[in-house]
Design a protein around this ligand. Structure first.
Ligand code: ADP
Length: 256
């Protein structure tokens, strides 16, 4: 029985949100035994930021927090709300993924696709103080869903920036190997300790927060990547060294 419900005893909207989460959990394909764990995780992840939001708001309303401190607490409320928003978006992505009506796999010229993608994404990188080194082998065709492919790239590249000092170079390399197209995304950031590497693609898994300047994550980004890559019949592996950097290696079957 996986019917552990998210318990939020608060206003209607929050109750509705909790109900939506429960429904989402049911629509995401999971083995029965994993469902219980998933709902417990979602409940926890949902309750933590919500309790900050309600607690801080109440403190401000009760005049417990005054003057300059109010600004600090409002900033915390905003950041916890942003975190909730990300969580909802990520959960929606997980739920949508297995909906066949929304998946549209077509032949994609990968090198061209990457160049188009980075025309946009490199602007985001620049804004955040990172630069891109892109190298592509002549075109090969893969069969994939374009929007899922974009989401895979977004999640991996967002991580590359989130877990690296500003000013770094992110290397993206596309090569053809036999019947596979290999895409490597390499950063020179904080890296992942050896013992954590096998777990970072698990839902809600995050490496010790204290190590990272980035604390806005949900722990769902790589779980989404893993699931989406598998849907495109690909594989994903991570090589990393703490303090040196990380390479995410994506591999997809090519049809040319
Ligand atoms: P999050 O929302 O926390 O970024 P992810 O599922 O995307 O969740 O990643 C899980 C965890 O793996 C992160 O919290 C981080 O600790 C670690 N991680 C992911 N990508 C990188 C990277 N490029 N460099 C260092 N650590 C990373």
């Amino acid at each position: 029985d996986y019917s552990i419900k998210v318990k939020v005893n608060s206003r209607d909207e929050i109750g509705n949100l909790a109900a939506a989460f429960n429904e989402m959990a049911n629509s995401i394909y999971l083995e029965e035994t994993k469902k219980r764990e998933f709902i417990e995780n979602v409940s926890h992840e949902l309750r933590t930021p919500l309790s900050y939001v309600t607690g801080y708001t109440q403190a401000i309303l009760d005049d417990v927090v005054k003057g300059e401190d109010q600004h600090k607490y409002l900033t915390l409320i905003l950041s916890e709300s942003n975190r909730l928003e990300k969580l909802v978006t990520n959960l929606m992505d997980l739920a949508k993924m297995n909906n066949e009506k929304l998946v549209n796999q077509v032949p994609i010229a990968f090198a061209q696709f990457l160049e188009d993608f980075f025309e946009q994404y490199s602007l985001k990188m620049k804004e955040r103080g990172f630069s891109l080194s892109l190298t592509v082998d002549p075109d090969s065709i893969i069969i994939a869903d374009e929007s899922q492919l974009k989401q895979i790239l977004n999640n991996v590249l967002d991580n590359a920036m989130n877990y690296s000092p500003v000013g770094g170079v992110i290397r993206v390399q596309l090569t053809n190997e036999r019947e596979q197209v290999i895409l490597k995304i390499t950063d020179s950031g904080i890296g992942i300790p050896k013992e954590d590497i096998p777990h970072v693609m698990d839902r809600f898994y995050r490496v010790n927060k204290a190590r990272s300047r980035f604390d806005g994550g949900t722990g769902l980004g790589l779980a989404i990547v893993k699931q989406m890559v598998v849907l495109q019949k690909g594989t994903v592996t991570i090589e990393s060294e703490a303090g040196k950097g990380t390479t995410v290696r994506l591999s997809f079957p090519s049809v040319s």
